[in-house]
Design a protein around this ligand. Structure first.
Ligand SMILES: [Zn+2]
Ligand SMILES: [Zn+2]
Length: 264
């Protein structure tokens, strides 16, 4: 059985001591592709490291883009740096995570909105899919995506670590997004997430760890890692009332077809 971790952060410090082992454990668990999302300061080496990790391991791909937390750091120089990185490696297959985070508000909201729109346009010029992070900003996110992505040429994107309402899920599916659930869908109190999972067709579903955070049950409290995506898969298979293999196949095919990859 093949699993895909559609959103992880294994380039981070949390994995500096044992990254080889973490990737090896993922391989042994059947995780044949991991999309490592670069984050951090676009004026330092954070994104370079994200791409280097993808270049090092066959199963690891990379995405670059400035997180809404760091939107205040985005400028021409940051953008040029990221574009250079996209061009530097075939393993960079997406732009993100970009979006809005009105829960933490680490960057002013008007700056988040402006930088979100700007990065969507840049990604589209590069013909890259976008990875969206949205927290406590459902309406604003959907409005921007409708305005920026509703045309027929839109390459598509992924709503990562989905935390919105079923209505938001329907809206973004309609615009052309895949929806990815993280380990928090397994949490006891996450009925609202499962309500949204209910409206996502298997043909549009992805799974992710968002590691090192959001460790799924039964490892909640430990550092998360890509091999644990299997537990989220098992949980969702049971939730949908289908065989694990069926869920694994759908989430793999959705990812592979979306990014036009060859994985076996
Ligand atoms: Zn995120
Ligand atoms: Zn993330």
């Amino acid at each position: 059985m093949i699993f895909i971790d559609s959103h992880c952060h294994i380039d981070g410090e949390a994995f500096d001591a044992d990254r080889d082992e973490v990737v090896e454990r993922a391989r042994s668990a059947g995780v044949k592709a991991m999309l490592n999302i670069g984050t951090g300061n676009p004026h330092g080496d954070d994104f370079k490291k994200a791409v280097a990790v993808a270049d090092k391991y066959e199963e690891v791909f990379a995405s670059v883009g400035v997180h809404p937390h760091d939107a205040k750091l985005y400028d021409d120089k940051a953008e040029n740096h990221l574009i250079e990185l996209v061009k530097s490696s075939e393993k960079v297959i997406a732009w993100g995570e970009i979006g809005l985070d009105f829960y933490y508000d680490h960057s002013p909201r008007d700056v988040q909105i402006e930088v979100f729109r700007r990065q969507i346009r840049t990604a589209r010029e590069l013909n890259l899919p976008i990875i969206i992070h949205s927290r406590d900003a459902n309406d604003e996110t959907v409005e921007i995506l409708r305005q920026e992505c509703s045309d027929r040429d839109f390459r598509g994107g992924i709503m990562h670590c989905f935390g919105g309402t079923p209505e938001m899920a329907r809206d973004v599916l309609e615009i052309g997004f895949l929806i990815s659930f993280a380990g928090n869908v397994t949490f006891k109190k996450a009925d609202n997430l499962r309500e949204s999972a209910q409206v996502v067709p298997l043909e549009k579903l992805l799974i992710e760890t968002d590691c090192p955070f959001l460790t799924p049950v039964p490892f909640r409290g430990k550092r998360n890692e890509p091999s644990f995506v299997v537990h989220t898969a098992k949980f969702l298979a049971e939730f949908y009332g289908i065989e694990l293999e069926k869920l694994a196949n759908h989430t793999k095919d959705n990812f592979v077809n979306f990014f036009e990859l060859k994985i076996d």
